[in-house]
Design a binder for this molecule. Structure first.
Ligand SMILES: CC(C)(COP(=O)(O)OP(=O)(O)OC[C@H]1O[C@@H](n2cnc3c(N)ncnc32)[C@H](O)[C@@H]1OP(=O)(O)O)[C@@H](O)C(=O)NCCC(=O)NCCS
Length: 169
């Protein structure tokens, strides 16, 4: 998926974002609110900002095909943890390597930030396809099932990075 670009969204992207969310209702409906809306989009953008994350569109040429929201370091005040808050692609673009390529890019960026030791994410227990995806990418469950305030139940997953034998922590 060499022609995939990832960049922070601007308000001009909001209509395309809403369209991506609508197409992803198969995934969204696993959560507490089944229907996509602009409110939901804006709330995810706010959540990324509150965590000092970057909310990005994923583009194939000019076409937005998904979103990825991640915190490259200092998640929940821990400078050693990066976090992927959200990764979703429209159904027609799944299972073609794009999701894996996006995760590879995030990991590469985190590897360039020497103090980041882990990349974390949460996955709903009712999303076995995503759990298989993350496990394929080398992430392992380290906590959960955990009931969250929004009534979803998640596993917490993690992949260790920047530990290549160095003991200089
Ligand atoms: C989860 C998601 C981001 C994965 O992206 P993708 O582009 O479909 O996945 P890829 O094609 O890059 O697959 C990467 C690897 O994971 C494996 N994988 C992906 N989906 C899988 C599944 N359902 N079951 C088993 N393995 C799977 C692939 O076989 C591939 O392995 P390989 O590298 O050995 O070939 C995408 O399917 C998606 O947006 N799903 C809906 C939203 C969602 O569930 N997001 C995750 C929330 S935590």
């Amino acid at each position: 998926m060499e022609n995939i670009t990832i960049r922070p969204v601007t308000p001009a992207d909001y209509p395309a974002l809403l369209e991506v969310y609508r197409q992803c209702e198969d995934f969204i409906s696993l959560g507490p609110v089944a229907k996509a809306s602009m409110d939901m989009v804006l709330q995810d953008i706010r959540e990324a900002k509150a965590e000092r994350g970057i909310f990005c569109g994923v583009f194939s040429g000019p076409q937005m095909i998904g979103v990825v929201s991640n915190v490259l370091s200092t998640f929940e005040f821990r400078p050693v943890d990066a976090f992927i808050l959200l990764l979703m692609l429209v159904p027609s673009q799944r299972s073609k390597g794009a999701g894996g390529a996006i995760v590879d890019r995030i990991e590469k960026e985190c590897q360039g930030r020497g103090k980041v030791r882990s990349i974390c994410c949460s996955v709903q227990v009712n999303n076995p396809a995503a759990i298989r995806f993350w496990e394929k990418k080398g992430y392992y469950k380290y906590a959960g099932p955990e009931l969250r305030p929004d009534k979803t139940t998640v596993y917490r997953l993690r992949k260790d990075i920047n530990r290549g034998g160095k003991s200089s922590g």
